[in-house]
Design a protein around this ligand. Sequence first.
Ligand SMILES: NC(=O)c1ccc[n+]([C@@H]2O[C@H](COP(=O)([O-])OP(=O)(O)OC[C@H]3O[C@@H](n4cnc5c(N)ncnc54)[C@H](OP(=O)(O)O)[C@@H]3O)[C@@H](O)[C@H]2O)c1
Length: 280
Amino acid sequence: MKRAFGTGGPDVVSIGQGTWNIEHADRKTAIAALQRGLDRGLSHIDTAEMYGSGASEEIIGEAIAGRRDEVFLVSKVLPHNASRNGTHAACERILQRLRTDRLDCYLLHWRGSYDLEDTFGAFEELKREGKILSWGVSNFDVDDLQEALAVAGEGKIACNQVLYHLRERAIEHAVIPWCERHGIAITAYSPFGQDDFPAPGSAHDKLLSGIAKTYGATPRQVALAFLTRRPSVFAIPKAANPAHAEENAGALELALSERDIALIGDAFPLGPKPRSLPML
Ligand SMILES: NC(=O)c1ccc[n+]([C@@H]2O[C@H](COP(=O)([O-])OP(=O)(O)OC[C@H]3O[C@@H](n4cnc5c(N)ncnc54)[C@H](OP(=O)(O)O)[C@@H]3O)[C@@H](O)[C@H]2O)c1
C-alpha cells in the first residue's frame, strides 16, 4: 500500500526495511533478505552512517545494485557530524557507500549540539544540488519539531522517524497529531520492539494470532498493519532473514477492521504521556 510521504511528497510503501545491525548477519543472507523484500514491494530502505560505521550502507549498495530506481532510500547523518560542512561531507561518504548519486531522504539522526540552521541549511543546499530529494529529522519531540519548523518553514521537513511499536505508543499522544497537522510523515522505527514481540503462547500472542487467523495473516503482519493504520505512518521492520522479509511484505495489503484495531489498542494500551519522547 503506497501513500504520500508527507504533504506533497512522493508515494511510498507503508512498510519498508530497516537495516540496523544487518552487518552482523551472514552477508549473502542479508543481501538476499533485502532483495527478497524489494521483490515483494518493500522498496523503502532505511539506513544510517552510524549503522556498522557504514557497513550497513555498503551491504545495501550491493543489494540494490542495478535496482536503484526501485528504491526509496533513506540515510541519516550523526549529530556530531551535522555541522554545515559535516552534513555535506557525511552525505558524500554515504552516497559512495550506497553506490548511488542521490538519497530520497536524508535525516538528522537525533538532535545534537549543532544549530538546526546549519544542518538544515546544508540539507537545502544538498537538495538544490540534487544529492538528496528531501530531508527530515529523527527522534524529535514536539518542542524540537516546533523549533525545527520555525527554522525551516512549512513544507520543508519530510518526516520524523521515531520509536513506535505495540508496547510503545507514546508518539500517539502528541507527535503523530502534530506531524499530521504539518504534513510531516512519521516513520515508525523498531516496529517489533527489536526483540520485544509477544512470545508464542503468551496472552498477547493469542490475541494477535486470533485476529491474524481471520485475515489469513500472521501476528507480525497484524502488528505492522496496526502501526500503519493511519495514512501518515510508515514502518521499517529490519529483517536479515529472507523469510522474515517475505512475511513482513505480506502486511502491505492488510487492512484491519475498526473492531480489530480497537481490540489491539485495548490489549496494548497507550498509557500516560511520558515526560520525554522514548527513543532507543
Ligand atoms: N532513527 C533511529 O534512532 C532508529 C532507532 C532504531 C531503529 N531504527 C531503524 O528502524 C529499523 C527497525 O528497527 P530495529 O532493527 O531496531 O528492530 P525491529 O525491526 O523492531 O526488529 C528487528 C528484529 O525482528 C526480527 N524480525 C523481523 N521480521 C521478522 C519476522 N517476520 N519474523 C520474526 N522475526 C522478525 C529480526 O530478525 P532477523 O534480522 O533475523 O530477520 C530482528 O531480530 C532499524 O533497523 C533501523 O533502520 C532507527
